[in-house]
Design a protein around this ligand. Structure first.
Ligand code: C2E
Ligand code: CA
Ligand code: CA
Ligand code: CA
Length: 284
């Protein structure tokens, strides 16, 4: 059912075009998957990093690693064009491993330079079904000599609802290692409050669809305020993603939201230009 839902776009005229990236048996899809498999080995996948700042005051507290594909013909390919495809195959496992390792390597480099930041990595549903994932995280933390407390893993609600019991077991083991766990895009999915209460997570990342239209739509501001309160009542920190202007940032601070991330603060960038931004902005 989900194949039909995601691969066919109804043009409103009864005509459907297939998104080649998601049609399971298309040669284009298989070709792209083969290229992606190679891209992991050849270093064509690169990480950009977007700062997260603590509110109020906007001191940089961490970065989120966001993958891009430097494709030799297509140029810089955004994750939306290949992550959903990879997530439908076992390839997401080596891909996540690659991103995790590269993010920790960069985190270690910054630590060596005296810049102590948390680094957040996005994790997919399949990673949470993989019994070896926890050992892999521990192995990479040890290899890069990064303390578990410097790593955040961002997990979407849908990744948990795929198999809640198994996800909870793996998340519990990760939390026991000292890794910080965030629910990404919170509010966009269907995590029941009962489920949330039983998950060993530390942080809620409020979906940017609510944050982006907070100023224009009072109901969105109300939702954001309620999530901040809910999070705090459950002992969780709250992060707003997609903060695009000063007014939004200010009202988030006034609501007591703990962390802001978005174009208003800084766009995602490669490590090197980001270092110039760090130097120009604040002493971390
Ligand atoms: P996400 O985890 O929700 O990441 C935030 C996305 O919002 C990023 O898009 C970021 O560039 C964008 N963004 C940041 N600030 C703003 C803002 O102020 N306004 C707007 N309109 N957008 C903003 P990006 O980098 O294209 O990533 C898209 C999605 O791809 C991510 O959404 C995440 O779900 C996925 N993704 C990215 N990197 C990885 C990865 O390494 N592994 C996995 N599994 N998924 C990834
Ligand atoms: Ca994320
Ligand atoms: Ca998000
Ligand atoms: Ca999102």
């Amino acid at each position: 059912a989900d194949i039909a839902m995601y691969s066919a776009k109804d043009l409103g005229s009864g005509v459907c075009v297939y998104d080649v990236s998601l049609n399971d048996h298309s040669p284009e899809r298989l070709g792209l998957l083969g290229q992606l498999r190679r891209a992991i080995d050849t270093g064509e996948l690169v990480l950009h990093f977007q700062p997260k700042v603590a509110l109020p005051g906007a001191e940089v507290c961490g970065v989120e690693a966001l993958v891009r594909w430097e494709h030799p013909q297509r140029g810089l390919v955004p994750p939306a064009d290949f992550i959903p495809l990879a997530e439908r195959t076992p390839l997401i496992r080596p891909l996540t491993r690659y991103v995790l390792d590269a993010a920790l390597e960069q985190c270690a480099r910054w630590r060596d330079a005296g810049r102590v930041l948390t680094v957040a990595v996005n994790v997919s549903a399949r990673n949470l079904l993989d019994e070896h994932f926890v050992e892999e995280v521990q192995e990479l933390l040890a290899r890069r000599r990064v303390p578990a407390s410097s790593l955040e893993l961002e997990v979407t609600e849908s990744a948990i609802t795929a198999d809640p019991d198994r996800a909870r077991r793996i998340l519990t083991r990760l939390a026991d290692c000292g890794v910080t766990l965030s629910i990404d895009d919170f509010g966009a999915g269907y995590t029941s409050l009962a489920q949330l209460k039983d998950l060993p997570v530390h942080q809620l990342k409020i979906d940017r669809s609510f944050v982006a239209r907070m100023a224009a739509e009072p109901s969105n501001a109300l939702i954001v305020r309620s999530v901040v309160e809910l999070g705090h009542n459950l002992g969780l920190t709250t992060v707003a993603e997609g903060v695009e202007d000063e007014a939004t940032c200010d009202s988030l601070g006034a609501m007591g939201c703990d962390v802001a991330q978005g174009y208003y603060v800084c766009r995602p960038m490669a490590a090197e230009p980001l270092e110039a931004w760090f130097d120009a902005t604040v002493a971390v």
